[in-house]
Design a protein around this ligand. Structure first.
Ligand SMILES: [Fe+2]
Ligand SMILES: [Fe+2]
Length: 254
């Protein structure tokens, strides 16, 4: 073999070694991912780094089991590659649009549950609002945060009753906790109350599995009302960029 060919072959071997090492990174779950199944006050055992005389590294970037994300991911990329099914959001937004509501209400309906489908379920309205805050009108993120609380309180004047679905899901005796009651009173008196209320009015609790609404229908509204950062969500140094990065790379060691 000539020297050049030998160099090339050594380079190819090195590349292959690096690639298999990348695919072979050790994954560790955050305490939050396993809390409950695992007692969070007990140490979470880390997988052994050395096996059969070779060292394995922990994941410090993308998880190779997940679909690769573009370098500068957009909101739509997150819907496509990281969020769970969005039929509920699309149907809610479609209902709001059909009712003739303004774009910010349609956008709020479209994004109101991204906490659930992409991040953390508990307190999803708060997490969703925090994720979105740097990129949308203040009224939109305020309303998304408030819907967390308003869902539990009827407003018969606008046709919103306590959802029958909640009785099925949480039992008839579930009563919102005092911090929710306090938040409700503040929201009730707020100038943007009705924006948040409209999220609950258009929130479809028993959504139709056959009604197909496409994200394409909302691309324009997103374009006009969501400030997509040039660097990509997660890499733009906004106050919530780290949250988008965590959704992108959920199993990064640190
Ligand atoms: Fe919700
Ligand atoms: Fe919802």
């Amino acid at each position: 073999m000539s020297q050049a060919a030998a160099n090339l072959s050594a380079r190819a071997d090195e590349l292959e070694r690096r690639m298999s090492q990348e695919l072979d990174r050790l994954m560790v779950k955050s305490v939050l991912f396993v809390s409950g199944e695992h007692d969070p006050t007990k140490p979470l055992p880390l997988p052994a780094q050395d096996e059969g005389g070779r060292t394995r590294y922990f994941c410090m970037g993308p998880d190779p089991r997940l679909a690769p994300m573009p370098e500068r991911p957009t909101l739509l990329d997150f819907f496509k590659y990281r969020f769970g099914p969005a039929a509920h959001l699309l149907q809610s937004a479609a209902l709001a649009r059909k009712a003739g509501h303004e774009e910010k209400v349609v956008l709020a309906c479209l994004l109101h549950d991204i906490g659930n489908i992409g991040f953390i379920r508990a307190d999803h309205g708060y997490w969703g609002a925090q994720l979105l805050e740097p990129y949308v009108d203040e009224e939109v993120s305020w309303a998304i945060r408030a819907h967390q609380v308003l869902r539990f309180y009827p407003d018969e004047a606008v046709g919103y009753s306590y959802p029958a679905r909640y009785i099925e899901l949480f039992g008839a005796d579930y009563k919102p906790e005092p911090h929710i009651e306090r938040a409700y009173r503040r929201i009730r008196d707020h100038k943007w109350y009705m924006t948040a209320r409209l999220i609950t009015v258009n929130d479809i609790y028993s959504f139709d599995p056959n009604a197909v609404v496409s994200m394409d229908e909302f691309v324009d509204i997103i374009g006009r009302n969501f400030r997509q950062p040039e660097e990509g969500l997660g890499f733009d140094d906004s106050p919530s960029a780290h949250m988008w990065r965590t959704i992108n790379w959920p199993n990064r060691f640190l």
